[in-house]
Ligand binder design. Structure first.
Ligand code: NI
Length: 181
């Protein structure tokens, strides 16, 4: 297993529309294991493949293992793997809550998301599954599927709030470019 470097805001990978995974083979399963290791090492709740430089439709998540605030490890592991996920239902009621992202270090902002969703996806064996999720998990699924379409949570923030972050975003982009060269 290997921990993978996280692509930071400014990296073109984060803005691409990712392609579906046609065959779930050993390479894909290896990527899943590496992404899981990276998720836990970087204390994330979710991690999408474009965030590690692979533009394929896959994300891993675990909403149970870490406390929302402060990042305390609860000692629970409940990894979920979603391959080729698609939202097949979104509740009409939504709520605003703070979000962050491993690709946008030090940035946090309130984003409206549907309170519950139904997602269809494939697991690591290729079986098609459907699941309904609420609250933090529903939010996480919407955030990660956005990544697969090249959308970042800051894009969904109100314009005025986004403008307040403009300086910080520019800084991150500059640092990201330095790393890339
Ligand atoms: Ni993210």
């Amino acid at each position: 297993m290997a921990q993978l470097p996280i692509r930071i805001y400014g990296d073109p990978c984060l803005r691409e529309k990712s392609r579906p995974i046609e065959t779930i083979d050993d390479d894909v399963r290896q990527l899943v294991r590496d992404m899981a290791e990276t998720l836990y090492a970087d204390r994330g709740v979710g991690l999408a493949a474009p965030q590690v430089g692979r533009n394929v439709r896959l994300f891993v998540s675990d909403v149970d293992w870490v406390e929302d605030e402060g990042g305390k490890d609860r000692g629970v592991r409940n990894l979920k793997v979603h391959i080729n996920p698609e939202l097949i239902w979104e509740s009409p009621d939504d709520e605003s809550h703070a979000e962050g992202c491993l690709s946008l270090p030090e940035i946090e902002g309130d984003v409206f998301r549907s309170c519950s969703v139904k997602v269809r996806y494939q697991d690591e064996t290729g079986a098609v599954r459907e699941r309904r999720a609420e609250g933090l998990e529903a939010r996480c699924i919407q955030h990660e599927i956005d990544h697969l379409d090249g959308v970042l949570f800051v894009d969904r923030m109100p314009f005025v709030k986004r403008r307040l972050l403009a300086g910080k975003l520019r800084e991150i982009k500059k640092r990201s470019a330095l790393v890339a060269t």
